[in-house]
Design a protein. Structure first.
Ligand SMILES: Nc1ncnc2c1ncn2[C@@H]1O[C@H](COP(=O)(O)OP(=O)(O)OP(=O)(O)O)[C@@H](O)[C@H]1O
Ligand SMILES: [Mg+2]
Length: 365
């Protein structure tokens, strides 16, 4: 399977820098998600790799083929890049049935009638739209149309698949099911998938690698769980995880004593780093704020959001608000006192730059 390399790729639209000097290495068989807020440049990156948008500068290779190089005037058209693309605003052909929409590309590739029929039946069954084979797009719901578009993209079995928010029109339940199907599909086909989403949960659960972008700039490129645990900066830490990480202003003295939220703690970094005296932001994941009877600290319950499987509790400690997630069907009384402790890792960020200083454990003093 081909690997994809981007070297120093930028895209300017007039004065807007949509993508800023991006280096990215997509290994063969990877499921890479481009993740970031609206307007950060995700679609533009995908379109440049596919050949639908011309970079302002840089170099892109797919497999051992240079498909774009601004220095050497190389710019292969999309059809020479051997990739499948599912647009953010997919368009089905309105005058063709579901079957014809999917068959069209395969007919162009000179597939036999029998091969086309069996491939389409397989896809329609997988995407659970087999009963709509003879309907026209206007006779389908948005979610059903989206699944037809997915089937059409998958039909020729492209080795590299680009998908731009392919599940955005589906309801929550179907989206979950389709995520599982897409992950399965990736496993079964050996394809390299580049996937765009602004949904952090989708990125976390689907990908082998997540690429977080803000304002056209790469923030971090890592597998999902390591990125969740070791965010490179405050932006990444805040973007991953729901409910979001707690961020509390603090101060670190030269000897590793941390004061925050009216508390004093010793911070022991997991890796050897020079901490230095400075203002910091203390980052604590909600699942590491543990409400427990013999917790070392006391807080007041501000609000609770029980969902059955877990409860999100907002606590107040010395005027600072802390979010805790408690697993199970438990609830707490508002305005009551509870005891809690910090469990597992805390991340310290430099307050000024937002960069991660270290990950470590807190021991209350
Ligand atoms: N053809 C264009 N002309 C001018 N500016 C553009 C053009 N296409 C995109 N942009 C700008 O480039 C930036 C990146 O756009 P892009 O569509 O890549 O964002 P995105 O991350 O895909 O966002 P979304 O999640 O909303 O789809 C935005 O500021 C956008 O306004
Ligand atoms: Mg987009």
């Amino acid at each position: 399977m081909p690997e994809i390399f981007l070297k120093n790729v930028s895209k300017h639209f007039g004065r807007v820098v949509a993508v800023d000097r991006l280096d990215l290495q997509i290994l063969s068989n990877a499921f890479v998600t481009l993740l970031g807020p609206s307007g950060c440049g995700k679609t533009t990156i995908l379109r440049m790799i596919a050949g639908l948008e011309t970079p302002t500068e840089g170099r892109i290779t797919i497999g051992n083929k240079v498909v774009f190089d601004s220095d050497h005037g190389i710019n292969l058209p999309p059809n020479k890049r051997d990739v499948g693309f599912l647009f953010q605003n997919y368009a089905l052909w309105p005058h063709m049935t579901v079957y014809q929409n999917i068959a069209f590309g395969l007919e162009n590739l000179k597939w036999s009638k029998n091969d086309i029929r069996s491939r389409i039946e397989e896809l329609l069954a997988m995407l659970r739209i087999d009963q709509f084979e003879n309907r026209y797009p206007s006779e389908l719901s948005g979610g059903q149309q989206q699944r037809v578009a997915i089937a059409r993209t998958l039909a020729p079995g492209p080795k590299v698949l680009f998908m731009d928010e392919p599940l955005s029109n589906l309801d929550a339940k179907l989206r979950m099911e389709m995520r599982a199907e897409l992950k399965r599909l990736h496993r079964d086909t050996d394809s390299t998938i580049v996937y765009v989403t602004h949904d952090q949960q989708e990125a976390m659960t689907l990908s082998t690698m997540v690429c977080i972008i803000e304002k056209g700039q790469l923030q971090q490129y890592a597998p999902p769980l390591p990125m969740y645990n070791n965010p490179a900066n405050l932006f990444v830490a805040d973007f991953l995880g729901n409910p979001a990480m707690n961020f509390i202003d603090g101060h670190l003295t030269g000897d590793g004593v941390l004061s925050f939220a009216g508390l004093q703690a010793r911070f022991s970094a997991f890796n050897a780093v020079t901490l230095g005296e400075r203002d910091v932001t203390v980052g604590i994941r909600p699942e590491y704020v543990r409400i427990e009877k013999d917790g070392a600290l006391e807080a007041t319950v501000y609000s609770t959001l029980p969902s059955g499987m877990e409860t999100t509790v907002k606590l107040e400690v010395n005027g600072v608000s802390l979010t805790s997630v408690v697993f199970g069907d438990v609830d707490f009384q508002v305005d009551r006192k509870v005891r809690f402790s910090f469990n597992k890792a805390t991340v310290l960020f430099d307050r000024e730059s937002g960069r991660t200083i270290a990950r470590g454990a807190l021991t209350l003093l």
